[in-house]
Design a binder for this molecule. Sequence first.
Ligand code: BES
Ligand code: MN
Ligand code: ZN
Length: 493
Amino acid sequence: MEIEFVAATAALGGKTALALIVFDGDVMSGAAGQLDTQTGGALSRAVAAGRFTGAKGQVLDVQGASGDAARILLVGAGKAEAFDDVAVEHASASAYNAVKTSGLTTLRIVLPSGDADQAARAALGVRLAAYRFDRYRTKEPADKKPSVIKTQVATGDDNAALAAFAPLAALADAVAFSRDLVSEPPNVLYPEEFARRVKALESLGLEVEILGEAEMAKLGMGSLLGVGQGSVRDSQLAIMKWYGAADPKAQPIAFVGKGVCFDTGGISIKPADGMEDMKWDMGGAGAVAGLMHVLAGRKAKVNAIGILGLVENMPDGNAQRPGDVVTSMSGQTIEIINTDAEGRLVLADAIWYCQDRFKPKFMVDLATLTGAIIISLGNDYAGLFSNNDELSGNLLAASGAEAEPLWRMPLPVQYDKNIDSMIADMKNTGGRPGGSITAALFIQRFVNNVPWAHLDIASTAWKKPSNVPTSPDGATGFGVRLLNRMVQDKYEG
Ligand code: BES
Ligand code: MN
Ligand code: ZN
């Protein structure tokens, strides 16, 4: 998608849809009112006939209006008082979604004001909405393919809008990178291929180290390696480093992602129905990789570490068994009760390695960890678990600002005994009740005195169908935006 910032008075080219973003209850003020006069009242007639009020999400196609535009849309943005960054993005994304396969090639967006920051946010909204994963389509009919290839956003200050858009364009690139990883089929994106793709991000200025199985064995990562033991694909640990702070030795912040490139459940095998969705079980690692992408892309003034635990969980003659006991890098032993509770086993070693080597200011892990979080929170909220109120507060604030909803969940000490084992230091499942909580308590056993938060994104890493205009069906890239915002607002400088 090509983005341009233009003056509101710039002439419309051919094949252009004109989208006027208007407020609830104030539809005919500003640009819409002028155009209504120019078109002999076509807009106000369409508004009345279409019962258009300007409520959030409403899109009105004004048929038969004369004028320079090939097509005119009114897009409801909701109440003027609530027109924040996300409302701008959503209105612009709705405009794009309405015309993307119209046959027109250009979308012109006119916002209620010419504000440059809002224009930049509108461009972000369109970039995110225009994401698609079409690598494996060979014969899509032309009328199903998006025709709109350029978006022009009207603004009073195109230079300021371009400057404001630069970091947001980096964000859109990073979200697309993350969504691509999550969308790739599991025969293509296995641990080594995932590692190659993050290694390629060195072109952005990141440093990326990849550890293979022999190196991890030397470090004593028996917990992570046990998960990948039944796969013909080698497990990998990717360590992504971004040193953007004025002092490259300043204490880093750290992010750890679950990267199970495919989760069959292992010997505790999952039912066939819907198992294909388990290609998405690397969504946590995908989000961390996306975050590192945007930090480097916009040259964030922070030192940040991203650690990805990349494995494939398969049943096999050599696979881990229920009943096995493994020794983690921390030295703690784990009795495997269910080989399908593998994400926490990967995180146990990845988190330990992270705090041991980098002594970070805090650690945030992201993981498609439990089906139970979907039962608890539905598909709009991810679960937040944390040992630290300040870190939680920062995550929740960023979550609100970027509309990637989090809900804080408890870490009750009295549930911790549910993961005690008869023969080892702990077992890897705590039963069905509070399944997301006991999973988080398990991870907490590998966190020393470090502020830590765990985001269970099994509920939000993909959506089919999506109910967010900036996120097409499928991989969402959930986490990239909220973590980027938190870093920007609280940890840079
Ligand atoms: N990757 C799954 C969690 C998951 C389930 C993500 C559904 C997205 C949709 C995870 O590895 C898993 O299998 N968890 C088990 C844990 C159980 C065996 C204790 C689960 O949630 O059922
Ligand atoms: Mn599993
Ligand atoms: Zn899993």
